[in-house]
Design a protein around this ligand. Sequence first.
Ligand code: KIV
Length: 280
Amino acid sequence: MARVTPDQIRQMKTHAERIPMLTAYDYATAKILDTAGLPMLLVGDSMGMVMLGYDSTLPVTLDDIIRHTQAVVRGSSHALVVADLPFGAFQVSPEETMRHAVRVMKEAQPQAVKLEGGTRSAPAIRALTAAGIPVMGHVGMTPQSVNVFGGFKVQGKTESAARALLADVAALEEAGVFAVVLELVPAELARLVTERTSIPTIGIGAGPGCDGEVQVLHDILGLFPDFTPRHTKRYAELGTAIHEAASSYMREVRERAFPTAEQSSKLDPAVLEALRKKGQ
Ligand code: KIV
């Protein structure tokens, strides 16, 4: 089956077809999610928190994104894979953004990149889309600006902040993004943005009025022990399942219940006999 294209994602909005998206960071889970039929996978810089144990996404490097995107691309054949540009990769200039995005596209071969920011990121995004690199935008609570926001807080609550967000999305549309993530914005504002823009909106903590939804895989599977964001929902308790499996494993190893003959191979009795002979 061919990969989903940015144009097909745009058509899903036109046909009022909802767009589910999840993060993926490695080969094995990408393969499971791709087989399940997710149309888009995001190799998000959230890997910094849920995979690497940092307390923000800021330390994630371009090399981290490239390595994990390569694994997700190898593990999928249908989903459109989006690679996040990490903090520092697109803030300096459109030229440097282009260099970094080209490196990601060449070395990891995702189908698109994502970068945070609205009006301020539009010139760099325009350069990328003009060069044939599909781009997903990301506005609202942009985690790379957590130090400006003073925490992971809902954005766009005042009239001026909401107008700024609408202007950001218009600038991104103008710059040619094929979709935009709306993170932690009031549901009514997300719905208004969704009605006013022709590009698909992908919400996270933005209510049910967006065209699609993205979640961090570890949050929906109960795999991230440090905290559970209010905007997520647990679809499985894999953290508990892993804990129980590890406890059973430890007990069986200690009690010599594992491994058994079933998991072992046999030595030819003649060879064993020869080895046991005195003096050998
Ligand atoms: O890095 C990430 O996982 C993201 C999503 C939260 C949209 O940017």
